[in-house]
Design a protein around this ligand. Structure first.
Ligand code: ZN
Length: 449
């Protein structure tokens, strides 16, 4: 027995493993960082293993955020009333250039802890504020220190050196190789490339960027289909660049043909309902188009500067948006709609098993299946807003927030217990974040908070 062994006992287990399904009053046994068993009355066969009483709780696979700019963790609420253009000016142009490596560390650590606090155990960190190798090292160190699992998606100019979002051009190809040598493809943190894509650079530069990723054999993420940037997937297709290693972020305004191209080439889509709609990237998130074609799709927060930091909000908004989109034609004809399709459980799947598929991690995470990583999120269902009559997953999706997440476990390590973050960096992270905010305000000429 290792000191990470734990029996989670008596909760409503929503496994998302088709062979197991839901187990009211079920047990989950964690052993050596993996899920050893899911079933009922496991205590009798596991003498001596510590027991976590999960009665009145919902036991879930750790949530997966498929796309987030984690370095912006200290900037919550900084872009309340802006579109994508306003965000680009205020954050990418206005604050990002003032980040030194220590600010990237503080923002990323705080951002990763925000995610863990909300039950997100795996995150795809779209890291695009890395003007020097020292910034990249700080970003990776912060992810590591937080205890989260995820992908470090290295964003920056490719071999051409063309600026990325107006930032100067560092020698990133060499540094990507350095990081590639350091991050093991099977470790808790893995490498991918956050590429500029056709919205932010030239076709020639895009070809160079994709070639680098494929030479290294690491996955790719690009922003596509945002209002004002038409035809991005068609052009990627014309350049012969689409494939199962390509994750398409947002994908709001793509044509049916472009969705078909993603489906045919095995690519995935990250949905960000809050940002997609609040920042006017498109009319609706691409949820329906992705699901209709079997495209692996997963929810994401994208940026916390103008959205929340938890995936429950994204599930709610995504469900409302997709039902609105699916029924818009009938409602416009003033017809009564008899039934609706997508349900709350579908949305939770988009934040667990489907989100794991987006990054080809579904053999490792995304469901409570024996053999998978011991990544578990436990939500307290006893407060008035969550103690419901029907399916607890429905209640969860419609009402839960980060404060309801009681316990979070990553690879068998408890990072949140009894409703509070634990671990060596939880207290220090707040200090570092506040110090960084003060520096950023000073450098940007903003009044002190
Ligand atoms: Zn993004």
């Amino acid at each position: 027995m290792s000191d990470q062994d734990l029996l989670i006992s008596g909760g409503h287990v929503a496994s998302f493993d088709p062979a197991i399904g839901d187990l009211p009053g079920g047990d989950v046994l964690l052993r050596d960082g993996r899920i050893a068993a899911v079933g009922r009355d496991l205590a009798a066969s596991t003498p001596g293993v510590p027991v976590l009483d999960a009665r009145g709780r919902l036991v879930l696979p750790g949530l997966v955020d498929t796309h987030r700019h984690v370095w912006q963790g200290a900037l919550g609420g900084s872009t309340g009333k802006v579109s994508l253009s306003g965000y680009s000016g205020a954050v990418i142009g206005g604050l990002a250039p003032f980040y030194e490596p220590e600010d990237v560390y503080a923002g990323t650590l705080w951002g990763a802890l925000q995610a863990l606090n909300a039950g997100i155990t795996t995150i795809a960190d779209w890291a695009h504020n890395l003007p020097t190798p020292e910034h990249a090292t700080a970003n990776i160190q912060a992810l590591h220190d937080s205890g989260i699992r995820g992908l470090f998606l290295y964003g920056g100019p490719g071999p051409d050196g063309l600026a990325f979002f107006g930032r100067p051009a560092p020698p990133h190809p060499e540094d990507v190789r350095r990081v590639h040598a350091e991050l093991l493809p099977t470790g808790r943190l893995r490498l991918g490339l956050a590429l500029r894509g056709l919205a932010f650079t030239t076709p020639e530069a895009t070809q160079g960027d994709f070639a680098l990723a494929r030479e290294l054999g690491v996955p790719i993420s690009v922003h596509v289909g945002m209002a004002g940037f038409p035809g991005s997937v068609e052009t990627l297709d014309r350049l012969g660049l689409l494939g199962p290693d390509v994750n398409h972020a947002h994908a709001n305004q793509l044509s049916d043909h472009e969705f078909d191209l993603i489906a045919a080439t095995g690519g995935s889509i990250s949905l960000s309902p809050s940002v997609d709609m609040l920042m006017a990237l498109g009319t609706y998130p691409a949820t329906g188009q992705a699901l209709a074609r079997g495209i692996p799709a997963g929810l994401s927060v994208d940026t916390t500067t103008g959205a929340g930091s938890d995936l429950f909000t994204e599930m709610r908004l995504g469900l409302a948006a997709e039902r609105s989109r699916a029924n818009a034609a009938a409602v416009t004809r003033d017809e009564a709609v008899a039934t609706v399709d997508l349900d709350q459980r579908d949305m939770l799947r988009l934040a667990t098993l489907d989100a794991a598929r987006v990054w080809h991690l579904d053999e490792e995470i995304g469901s409570l299946s024996p053999g998978k990583q011991a990544d578990v999120t436990i939500v307290d269902l006893r407060p008035p807003h969550l103690d419901g009559f029907g399916d607890p997953v429905t209640t969860l999706v419609m009402g839960a927030g980060a404060a309801d997440v009681e316990t979070v476990i990553v690879g068998g390590e408890v990072v949140k217990a009894r409703g509070a973050l634990v671990g060596p960096y939880a207290a220090r992270a707040r200090e570092l974040m506040h110090e960084s905010r003060a520096r950023l305000r000073g450098r940007a000429g903003l009044p002190a908070a």
